[in-house]
Design a protein around this ligand. Structure first.
Ligand code: SF4
Length: 324
């Protein structure tokens, strides 16, 4: 892969809530190269969506803040950028597709109004030019009869079609980096596969980098080059997708893999991970996974395991590898 386009170094995000402080992202570091697809995987509440919002500088402050670390996009720290610089970066260079398109699309404007607004503001297009580009974008993401649908309102589209509109909006200013935050979760299973395929084909066709956020490791199996696994605010495993699927090194990743339905095994039942995610207001000391881990040792209840290299390019945070 080429040079890194996005680099997170020791990123820590904290929220000051009435009930106390909550660290949602704790010392997370990873990088994504130009043209690379990266899947950030974890249960809900693990910190993956907060990580994405930190990259876009969309953490509401207060109560949230990036307490520590650097987020370098094309070599410049987004945390040092002014609000005007960030507005220009969002959409033009980094775009985001959200889980629920209705929360990102405005129900009182037509699809044409909403997408052309970004084109006219960011690319200074005239009204007719912007309309023609919106039709082109709707056709690109597979919306039938785009000349007719361009004047529709969002509520006139089905869930899958709304997600296509959201993708057309994200692609409108030809960003070089796309963040997709659980873009298929709210859709039914048959449509999920189609949208996923559409996103990966767009990434390929337009040569973008992708940060794909999901709670489902199975979803990234076909769509990502590299995987990061998050648990309770920490990145616990990081590496090449093939390596992680073939040789997982963290018990949580093993648990996630065992809970994916597979056609190539004789197993009749899936094995869920026992227990539930810890309360992030009062997380356990040491390894956050220890109350659910069958291999937990005394050191796990005491010390947070550091993320370290187990094999070239493959990192895991687990005391089982302390002597490795
Ligand atoms: Fe399990 Fe200990 Fe590894 Fe945590 S550090 S995953 S508790 S073995």
């Amino acid at each position: 892969m080429g040079e890194p386009v996005l680099e997170l170094e020791d990123v820590t995000v904290r929220f000051r809530l009435r009930r106390g402080d909550l660290t949602a992202v704790n010392g997370v570091s990873f990088s994504i190269a130009r043209g690379e697809t990266f899947g950030l995987v974890g249960e809900s509440g693990s910190g993956k969506s907060v990580t994405a919002r930190a990259i876009m500088r969309l953490i509401p402050d207060p109560p949230g803040e990036v307490q520590r670390g650097r987020i370098l996009f094309e070599g410049a720290n987004v945390l040092d950028k002014s609000d005007a610089e960030m507005r220009s970066l969002r959409g033009r260079q980094i775009a985001m597709v959200f889980q629920e398109p209705m929360s990102a699309l405005n129900p009182v404007f037509t699809v044409c109004d909403q997408i052309s607004d970004a084109l006219r503001t960011n690319l200074k297009m005239g009204k007719q030019e912007a309309r023609a580009r919106v039709i082109e974008l709707l056709s690109l993401v597979g919306i039938p009869s785009p000349q007719r649908r361009v004047d529709s309102y969002v509520h006139e589209f089905s869930g899958g079609m709304r997600q296509r509109v959201m993708l057309a909006m994200a692609l409108s200013c030809s960003p070089s980096f796309l963040i997709a935050d659980e873009p298929t979760t709210a859709l039914d299973v048959t449509i999920q596969a189609t949208i996923l395929e559409l996103i990966t084909s767009m990434i390929d066709k337009l040569g973008m980098s992708l940060l794909f956020i999901t709670h489902n490791l199975g979803v990234v199996a076909h769509s990502c080059d590299k995987i990061g696994v998050m648990y309770a605010s920490h990145l616990v495993e990081l590496g090449d997708k093939r390596e992680i699927f073939a040789n997982p090194q963290h018990p949580y990743t093993v648990g996630l893999l065992n809970s994916i339905p597979r056609l190539d095994t004789q197993a009749k039942y899936l094995t869920p991970i026992t227990g539930s995610v810890c309360n992030m207001m009062s997380p356990p000391q040491g390894c956050k996974f220890h109350p659910r881990c069958a291999h937990a040792m005394d050191v796990c209840r005491r010390d947070v395991p550091p993320l370290k290299e187990i094999a070239p390019g493959h990192l895991a945070a687990c005391h089982l590898h302390d002597r490795g």
